[in-house]
Design a binder for this molecule. Structure first.
Ligand code: FMN
Length: 185
């Protein structure tokens, strides 16, 4: 099982990361997991240059997103975590999403799953993640895990359903993977 875990919060050990690690702990021991922390990377959003559409066929911006593209193509499972920031995914994650415009078809049938943290209007954050995965024709998996949190690190653990649902998300990834790939490692 090849899993790309995209950490969408600037805080590497915040609420989102805690939920992500809870989900990842459900994956089999031999799962290959690549963790990408978007806050560590240097990249920009889409420049609307249309090079990918009319000329080169791929994103020509030469920055850290190029390795993320390679990781996304490598992965069988793309697992994303985002805090809800002003009712949507983090800006780091939104930039990543924009930059995948050229990847149409490349993510088809990969398993997609996510966790979201926040406390209000977080459904619109989920909508953005759903739209991203569905537009790429990914298989929407997970369990819709929401971590109710306020602003401080570790708040998410005050909500017992958050961590439980994160574990369910990991379990659902495994269930879908076995359905699609059988016992392939
Ligand atoms: C700039 C900013 C905007 C935020 N906007 C929202 C919001 O619209 N809705 C919400 O529920 N939480 C909002 N929050 C709270 C975060 O979603 C919450 O603290 C989250 O758990 C942070 O994740 P992290 O610990 O992984 O960084 C916001 C926090 C920040 C810093």
């Amino acid at each position: 099982m090849k899993v790309l875990a995209i950490f969408g919060s600037a805080r590497k050990d915040g609420n989102t990361a805690r939920m992500m690690e809870a989900a990842l702990s459900e994956l089999p021991d031999d799962a290959e997991i690549k963790r990408v922390y978007l806050g560590d990377l240097n990249y920009e959003g889409c420049g609307s240059c249309r090079e990918c559409k009319f000329n080169e066929g791929y994103c020509v911006k030469d920055d850290d997103m190029q390795q993320v593209f390679r990781d996304m193509i490598w992965a069988e499972v793309i697992f994303i975590g985002s805090p809800s920031l002003f009712s949507d995914v983090s800006s780091e994650l939104k930039m990543l999403m924009e930059r995948t415009w050229w990847m149409k078809g490349a993510l088809r049938n990969k398993i997609g799953a996510y966790v979201v943290t926040g406390r209000r209007y977080i459904e619109s954050t989920m909508n953005t993640l759903h739209a991203f995965m569905l537009r790429h024709r990914m298989i929407l998996g997970g369990s819709g895990a929401l971590g109710y949190s306020f602003t401080e690190m570790g708040d998410v653990e005050v909500d017992p359903l958050s961590i439980r649902d994160a574990h369910y998300t990991g379990m659902r990834i495994v269930e879908l993977y076995e359905l699609i790939y059988g016992n392939k490692k």
